[in-house]
Design a protein around this ligand. Sequence first.
Ligand code: FEO
Length: 395
Amino acid sequence: MLESKKIREGLYWVGATDYSRRLFDALIPLPDGTSYNAYIVKGTEKTALIDSVDPDMADTLLDNIKGIERLDYIISNHAEQDHSGAIPAVLRVHPEAKVVTNPKGKGLLSSHLGIKEDRFITVADGETLDLGGRTLEFIYIPWVHWPETMATYLREDRVLFSCDLFGSHLATSGLYSSREEKVTEAVKRYYAEVMMPFRTIIRKHLAKLDGYQIDIIAPSHGPVHNEPAAVVAAHKEWVSDERKNTVLLPYISMHGSTLKMVDHLTDALCEEGIKVERFDLTVTDAGRYAVSLVDAATIVVATPSFLTGAHPHVVSAAFLANALRPKLRFGAVIGSYAWGTRMVEQVTDLLSGLKLDMMEPVLVKGDPRGDGFKALDALASEIKKRHKEDGIELS
Ligand code: FEO
């Protein structure tokens, strides 16, 4: 095990850093790569491995733990393959080891990896495992991505192995987040892409974790948080109902008419003191778009009519917003069409899961002129009014 990856005596990071991976779930861009974090915890009697790594990097994990003669437990906090995929390889090298997880985790590990019944020990919420001078406590935190997710708390060292929660897709040579300038942005991006759909349940988990003294958070991706207060506070803010005086403006323009409307609305909103975050969907990084969804109060979707509906890139952006379940409050559709269109109904339907308070759309036939621009000015004023009524702090 690498001395540079020692957290405490008998406590090591043994995962794999993937500097070159550029896509997760065949969807999410990874501009800074990622890491699959696994940890060795040694007690005086027993040794445990917390999680494993992506199966493509199983050899790296096996190399990192080759000094371990007897491995008693493999703790599986999360059955998704980027953390569990190398467990079968570890079990082949360590046939003495048992896989410790919760009943849901056991079911998922069996179906995904074919791990046999007699290899499992299942644990309940709050149950502990004594390693000899070190105690692991299992804390159920379902839906910090999948329904079986749990955290493991190392009591004596006050270390929380938090699974995907508090993670980041950030490949670094160092161990700790306090030395990484990019970590704040990477953690928010990770929250937006993975955690945001489960915002309300995570709020309860954060309250539950407040009952633990935590000196170190060791997540499943990205650097270890050795000064965890800031990352916990940031998550509390993101999962809260507090929204920012910001309009998210994803758009497509095919011949320039919708772009003129977007430009006009941007200026009008700025005049009203509202921040605008624009995304040209022909070039947008889905991760950056997701980050903007975290705390904006309003989304205005701008699309030209494509055949009789919204542009396919707009359909995709609306679908993603709906799937990520941000705390948006208000919505509107604007755009230009040539003869007839159902784009307002289509986009409104795609966003229906967010239960937005939808405002009057602004549709222009052909090139926008006087009345169209006036309608956009009115929309900007209406957005300001709604933000104010909703108690959003106006800047
Ligand atoms: Fe990093 Fe949900 O797996």
